[in-house]
Design a protein around this ligand. Structure first.
Ligand SMILES: Nc1ncnc2c1ncn2[C@@H]1O[C@H](COP(=O)(O)OP(=O)(O)OP(=O)(O)O)[C@@H](O)[C@H]1O
Ligand SMILES: [Mg+2]
Length: 436
């Protein structure tokens, strides 16, 4: 894979995943939230220009976007911040059930997708009226009872973390970021406050300078790198039915597909429709030197997969049979092919290593605990489901089963906190049974 791809972590070989590092050395986990402690506002902070503070340039700003282990990501977020300052605002994505935004750079080029916590499908400021209507008319069906409500942004970042740790490289890098923009959905109070402070700063600068922050408050959310020239898998899969791929390319697609299966199964994604993964298919011909000769060099077509929209994963229990949330890829022909040696070699050694699993869980803990609504009990349940999924997946890989066989295995939870290594077979397996 292209090393500059947003799907590949630039430091994937050099990151030390050892969890027992000192706080002083700073967080080093991929996808982890990096917040610099706000501390008490000292004198030096007071002397800083107010507008500079507002931009999040103060090292003490709790909303500062700092990613010491991923300077490339930091740079992209910095470009987004710069663009917002220049009033090139993120643009709401029309489709979808929540407030998601295409974030641009100063040239107006889309560089990321930002999903603020408060505008998630079940967030209090979701700008889409369909969810509001659902809450009003059918409160019992509002939300997914197997998921932790309103932590989709952590699920997005968590999926990226799992992807990077397993070296699947199919999730565009995603981290927790703070952004403020006029185009986000704010409540009236925030807008009035912000306008009032600006006015005060203009009219009575002495008073205005006392404000901790002017402008709209930053929103916490997931920021995913934008991948260019990708289209919904649905689109390409239909095309490949009509115009079958060359054998080699088809094989590449199969290998990428297996990575998607591994990711989705481990994080128990409850929202994997075929519109929530993208494909890039480049079958361009090399016409260089065409002027001199009639020959055209046909390059090997390139196919790449990007797993986006991972906000509804990491459930606290397996879905009920009446709301099964199946993996929609299970109906594809690719799901009937046994797992390849390549995916077994990539994933099995990691999943069989207890230290790897421990690190993975600790990294997820570091990430998830940043949410104000974090609940340790719920986190343990999320991990118990994930461990069960890993158990099933490892068995399916060892036995070279197909993805279809994998989803037909009875769901398992593995509780470790109170009863270490106790595996519970759940009686209800209907929720994960795929089609014949
Ligand atoms: N990282 C990305 N790179 C390129 N395009 C993207 C990326 N993320 C999202 N998109 C585009 O934006 C569309 C909406 O994204 P996404 O599905 O993540 O948003 P959403 O608000 O959760 O939508 P929904 O509720 O319909 O699932 C996608 O169908 C895709 O076309
Ligand atoms: Mg989507």
């Amino acid at each position: 894979m292209d090393e500059t791809s947003p799907l590949v972590s630039p430091l994937q070989d050099s990151i030390d995943y050892n969890y027992c590092q000192s706080e002083a050395s700073g967080p080093r986990t991929p996808g982890s939230v990096v917040r610099v402690s706000a501390g008490s506002p000292g004198r030096s902070r007071e002397r800083q220009p107010l507008l500079d503070r507002d931009r999040g340039n103060s090292p003490r700003d709790p909303h500062r976007n700092e990613f010491p282990d991923d300077p490339e990501f930091r740079e992209i977020v910095r470009k987004a911040e710069q663009a917002i300052e220049e009033e090139i605002f993120p643009e709401r994505i029309c489709q979808g059930s929540s407030g998601s935004y295409f974030v641009k750079d100063s040239q107006g080029k889309v560089i990321g997708v930002f999903k603020p916590k408060t505008e998630e499908p079940y967030g209090q400021l979701n700008p889409k009226w369909t969810k509001w209507l659902q809450k009003l008319c059918c409160p019992c069906c509002f939300g997914r009872d197997c998921l932790v409500l309103n932590q989709g942004y952590l699920s997005e970042a968590g999926a990226s973390l799992v992807d990077q740790k397993l070296e699947l490289n199919i999730v565009p890098r995603t981290k927790v970021v703070y952004l403020a923009s006029d185009t986000f959905n704010y409540n009236a109070i925030d807008r009035v406050k912000s306008r009032g402070k600006r006015l005060a700063l203009e009219k009575v600068p002495k008073v205005g300078q006392r404000f901790h922050r002017i402008g709209l408050p930053p929103k916490v959310g997931s920021f995913q790198l934008f991948v260019e020239d990708y289209k919904d898998a649905d689109y390409w899969l239909r095309r490949f039915e009509a115009e079958p791929l060359p054998e080699n390319t088809n094989r590449q697609l199969q290998l990428q597909f297996e990575r998607l299966v591994v990711l989705d199964y481990i994080i128990r994604n409850t929202d994997r429709g075929n519109d929530n993964w993208l494909l890039k298919y480049d079958c361009s011909m090399d016409t260089e030197g065409k002027r001199d000769t009639d020959w055209v060099v046909v390059k090997e077509p390139i196919i790449r997969l990007a797993a986006i929209d991972n906000g509804l994963a990491f459930p606290i229990k397996h879905p009920d049979s009446w709301r099964a949330y199946p993996f929609y890829w299970v109906w594809l022909s690719q799901a009937k092919v046994p797992f390849s040696q390549e995916i077994r070699d990539l994933v099995l050694p990691k999943l069989a290593d207890p230290n790897f699993i421990k690190d993975l869980e600790e990294d997820l803990y570091e990430l998830f605990k940043k949410d104000p609504g974090f609940d340790r009990g719920q986190f343990h349940k999320q991990i118990a489901v994930m461990r069960g999924q890993i158990l099933n997946l490892s068995q399916a890989l060892k036995e070279s089963k197909t993805p279809l066989h994998l989803v037909q295995m009875p769901p398992v939870i593995v509780e470790t906190a109170r009863a270490p290594q106790r595996a519970n077979k759940e009686p209800d397996c209907s929720s994960l049974v795929g089609p014949d």
